[in-house]
Design a protein around this ligand. Sequence first.
Ligand SMILES: Cc1cc2nc3c(=O)[nH]c(=O)nc-3n(C[C@H](O)[C@H](O)[C@H](O)COP(=O)(O)OP(=O)(O)OC[C@H]3O[C@@H](n4cnc5c(N)ncnc54)[C@H](O)[C@@H]3O)c2cc1C
Length: 473
Amino acid sequence: MSELKLDIERYSTEPADLLAYGFDASGLSGTPAAVAWPETAEEVAAVMRGAGRIRAAVIPRGAGTGMTGGSVPFAGAEPARGALAAPPGGLIVLSFERMNRILEVDDVNLTVLVEPGVVNGSLQRELAGYGLFYPPDPASLEFCTIGGNVAENAGGPRALKYGVTRDYVLWLEAVLAGGELITTGVQTPKGVVGYDLTRLLVGSEGTLAAITKIRLKVLPLPEEIITLMAVFGDVGAAGEAVSRIIASRIIPRTLEIVDGHCILAVEKRGPVGLPSGAEALLLIELDGHPEAIKAQAGRVIDICGRLGAKVTMAEDEDAREALWRARRGVSPALYQLCPHKVSEDIVVPRGNIARMLTELKALALRTSVPIATFGHAGDGNLHVNFLPEEKKDLTPVLRELFRKVLDLGGTLSGEHGVGLTKKPFIEMEIGPAELDLMRRIKGVFDPDGLLNPGKIFPEKTFPEKQGGPFKGP
Ligand SMILES: Cc1cc2nc3c(=O)[nH]c(=O)nc-3n(C[C@H](O)[C@H](O)[C@H](O)COP(=O)(O)OP(=O)(O)OC[C@H]3O[C@@H](n4cnc5c(N)ncnc54)[C@H](O)[C@@H]3O)c2cc1C
């Protein structure tokens, strides 16, 4: 593919670059024909037009922290209108790394305009200087990009009180597969003119358009934050505490669960003082007016105490940061413990959290595959990590998990999306009529199936189109 020529200056067909841009945090990998680093929307459009001419597929990429293979180059294309399976022009990774400027902080209207390659954590630090914050805070915030967050509709611990990415995206600029530049949405807090294309693009996993500019709503920093750690000897009691806190009409800023397996993995990676003998801990934060949250903290301590927990409060900012570092380190620590771990991202109604945790215990016993669970328990979103002793196909176990989740009124993914890893299961949740409608929408945006092919939609209706350089973990 070394003869591949793109209409922009910054691109590479060097094997080292192709390797570096071929994988994401799912553990899946593929080999692109080229990697392009545009600096403007016009350059993105040039790549799209050039790709269309040679019938190459384009795979938008932020930082590659996605957990479901969304930015992995994959040739098993499933074009909406029956074009060839593997794009003859190959696969071009479109990296947004160089489009990483914060273009405007509007501290009068409380919005911010950014390019897609801005890292979430950098935006948080910039906004703090204005006394503002952007609520969506994925645990990967020091690496992941706002473009990737928009494409995945990312959440994070604060989603419990403040909502997810879609609740903050006001306006988008994007490039369609043919190279056409479009804008969607409004620059104002409200606006209902026409279909809501902004919401359609949010969470579309790079399959409908490449996002080149984003206007986000931001909020004033809260007056005060109280951070509590509740340690439980029984994981079911921790789940029950989650349900009772919410039922008592308290919506904390975060309500995270970390089970005993995760605690041990974090401590093994580098001791941070988490309670190694515990079956679970809850990391609970309340924010708002100092008097109001003091009263709420008292009620939370009481609820957890009645369920047998020992509750401590972070004394200062350093102690608070140390707890969050430990929490954000859970996924990497589990990966270090078990490099072939399989991570899931289920959600159940909050009232069913305790039941789901009990089901997970039973599933681990039944299948002899250890399960480590952590996540955003306050909104019912659990990251269920299967840790088999050796690499093995866990499809039947995952099906069993998803069946239970759906029976409990839940959904297969809260924030990681479908990508490659979850597409074999999407039909368990989405009916044929709805899936067909989604395919038709994809066809309108991308008639030749050249934008992030092979993602979201299961191939089984197109078995002859499987193949390509896609490798499992
Ligand atoms: C340790 C760890 C913790 C995590 N914690 C959380 C969490 O708490 N909450 C959460 O929601 N997620 C979490 N994630 C998942 C991941 O960080 C998010 O999905 C994130 O939004 C991906 O951003 P990215 O920049 O890495 O995007 P990538 O992984 O590069 O891409 C993700 C998807 O977005 C598309 N895309 C990227 N940029 C664009 C663009 N400009 N236009 C169109 N499409 C684009 C890609 O094609 C792909 O489909 C975590 C991941 C890790 C590794």
